[in-house]
Design a protein around this ligand. Structure first.
Ligand code: AMP
Ligand code: ZN
Ligand code: FE
Ligand code: FE
Length: 286
């Protein structure tokens, strides 16, 4: 699953998909950067869900450790087919007005969604309080993992992933879609902010024709390397990225101790892929 061997290499590497307490990760930006340094990575992108609120703290912690921080985000959208599509964005203007507006709306929508989720869970005999979920999320964007942690705490489930197979996964009784907005819309917001939109973890979509559609909508990259992509899957998406002339990115999708098997350092992409993103920025501006 590792893009390059972790052993003796001294060539610079990057992880372009990490979550912190500013969304559904369990570790603070400072702790994540400490772990990033221990893993020997040179560059990272924090990609919290629908927020850039953690970026200032990440930037300070990264600077103190001599690690390059790339502006990043993971944005939710929903395709025509009802498939949840996550779009990573890199190298965008953090203060772009249309993006700022979009993120404020999405943050509020996520709070509404928790109230709706709690209502739906009540109908199947699960009684948790929305306030407890929102409190757990704190200042970060709230998401289903916060609901899962409350379900776990109150004994409705015995493992974190059970929340997604019984209660809040797609087609479960407590499922509420994350965003009504199309991938095309989100790609447009990111491009307007000067960002590079990249389709996250394509393995979760299981719908390759959708990638072609997203390219028509302005998609520029594919997350070829991911902790959940075994080697044959990586080769599969490398071929698709080459065919569609997409930039290639990758990362661990680290969330802390709630998600097993995706530690920091589990995916290390060559720094040359970061340079390719920068190159795209340079040539697109001129
Ligand atoms: P949300 O943005 O609120 O829809 O939540 C999406 C997040 O939930 C993902 O980024 C994962 O962290 C987590 N998630 C989704 N499906 C699963 C699953 N089957 N098992 C564990 N975590 C999941
Ligand atoms: Zn997440
Ligand atoms: Fe995701
Ligand atoms: Fe993610």
């Amino acid at each position: 699953m590792t893009a390059v061997p972790t052993g003796m290499t001294t060539a610079p590497t990057a992880d372009l998909h990490l979550h912190t307490t500013f969304s559904d990760g369990t570790e603070t930006p400072e702790r994540v950067l400490e772990m990033v340094q221990q893993a020997g990575l040179s560059a990272v992108a924090m990609t919290d869900h629908d927020t850039v609120d953690g970026m200032a703290r990440s930037a300070a912690a990264a600077a103190a450790r001599g690690i390059e921080l790339i502006p990043g985000i993971e944005m939710s959208s929903c395709s025509r087919q009802g498939i949840e599509v996550h779009l990573l964005g890199f190298f965008f203007d953090l203060e772009h007005p249309a993006l700022t507006r979009h993120l404020a709306e999405q943050k509020a929508r996520r709070v509404e969604r928790v109230h709706e989720t709690v209502k739906r869970l009540q109908r199947v005999g699960v009684t948790i309080r929305a306030e407890e979920v929102l409190q757990l999320a704190g200042e970060g964007t709230v998401g289903r993992p916060h609901v899962a942690r409350v379900l776990l705490k109150h004994g409705y489930i015995s493992t974190f992933s059970e929340a997604f197979s019984r209660y809040i996964g797609t087609n479960n009784p407590g499922f509420v879609p994350g965003s009504p907005l199309s991938p095309a819309h989100v790609i447009g917001v990111l491009r307007a902010a000067g960002g590079i939109p990249v389709l996250a973890h394509p393995i979760y979509l299981k719908c390759d024709p959708l990638i072609d559609e997203l390219v028509q909508d302005g998609l520029l990259g594919l997350e070829v390397y991911h902790a959940c992509h075994p080697p044959e899957t990586v080769r599969h998406y490398e071929r698709i990225a080459d065919r569609l002339k997409l930039l290639k990115t990758g990362g661990s999708d680290f969330h802390g101790d709630v998600k097993e098997g995706q530690p920091i350092g589990s995916v290390k992409i060559p720094y040359a892929l970061v340079e390719a993103l920068k190159q795209w920025k340079t040539t697109s501006v001129s």
